[in-house]
Design a protein around this ligand. Structure first.
Ligand SMILES: [Zn+2]
Length: 299
């Protein structure tokens, strides 16, 4: 399996769009969506301003269909951790190799005259209605990001350490995570594909005329966002303690309303009830992961 899905060079100026699929190896929708978009661009010979590059994230985990093999490739991007991985040649965990190759790839990007520089990290979630954008707060009004018309979580990055989007944000990229929906569903694929088209247009990479030819993508995403909140902020983060046997109560999806006192989950110490009125966010329905759930409110 290659790191590179495809790189297409249009004009020398214009945006640089880097699309990353499969940072979590069980989330293949992003990879498929990038393949589908670049194939259409190549087959239909669509003129581009700037350059688009699609890559695979965790190659070894993608091969095995697992979220990760030794550690989470979307929680290891704190500068100090990356430096340690690069400097300590004796480190041989599976993800160490991925980090080294990805850093090499990012350093070799042809940033040059390209503006804006955008990195999209494509994910899918273990719960229903898992489509939203996670972006650092200071970029949350960015028109490219808002063109996707999905709920924007403006401060999740304060609760999650070492995400790839934080690392690339510090390196001058408008970086955001694009969660397309539930793992393995056609809906996640369609939403990822439609979202990528919207951002190619909003970033100035494809023309208005091209966008009209592919207007079904815009229609899909416009229809989809009805009834979803526009912009939310985190009010509570339930971190899972090691070996606590956390179990989320079945049936929650993202942005489902919850009431203070409502039973949400259980662990070894007993019931876990909501401390707030709000909306549930990222309820965990898979064995791996340290974040049980979040509670968010519309802002
Ligand atoms: Zn993910």
């Amino acid at each position: 399996m290659d790191r590179l899905i495809a790189g297409i060079e249009g004009s020398k100026d214009g945006p640089l769009v880097v699309l990353v699929g499969g940072i979590h190896g069980n989330e293949k929708s992003g990879v498929r969506a990038v393949e589908s978009v670049v194939n259409t661009i190549l087959l239909d010979n669509i003129p581009l301003r700037g350059r688009i590059i699609g890559i695979r994230g965790n190659l070894q985990a993608l091969n095995e269909g697992k979220r990760y093999l030794h550690y989470d490739l979307n929680r290891c991007w704190k500068n100090g951790s990356v430096d340690r991985i690069l400097q300590d040649g004796k480190r041989t965990e599976a993800e160490d190799r991925e980090v080294r190759q990805l850093v090499e790839f990012f350093r070799a990007l042809p940033a040059g005259r390209h503006e804006p520089k955008i990195l999209v990290d494509l994910h899918s979630t273990s719960s229903e209605q898992g489509d939203f954008i996670v972006i650092p707060e200071d970029e949350s009004q960015n028109p490219v990001v808002n063109a996707l018309k999905l709920p924007i979580v403006i401060d999740l990055n304060r609760h999650l350490d070492g995400t790839l989007l934080q690392y690339m944000h510090q390196r001058g990229f408008v970086s955001f995570a694009f969660e397309g929906g539930a793992v393995g569903t056609d809906e996640a694929h369609a939403l990822h594909v439609s979202g990528i088209w919207e951002l190619l247009h909003a970033s100035g990479m494809i023309s208005e005329e091209t966008r009209r030819v592919y207007s079904h993508y815009d229609e899909y995403i416009t229809e989809h966002h009805l009834n979803l909140p526009r912009r939310v902020s985190v009010i509570y983060h339930h971190k899972i303690q090691p070996r606590s046997s956390f179990r989320m109560k079945p049936g929650y999806h993202n942005f489902a309303p919850v009431k203070k006192g409502e039973l949400l989950a259980s662990d070894r110490s007993g019931e876990i009830r909501s401390g707030h009125d709000g909306m549930i966010f990222m309820p965990l329905y898979q064995p791996e992961g340290d974040d049980g759930f979040f509670i968010v409110k519309e802002v």
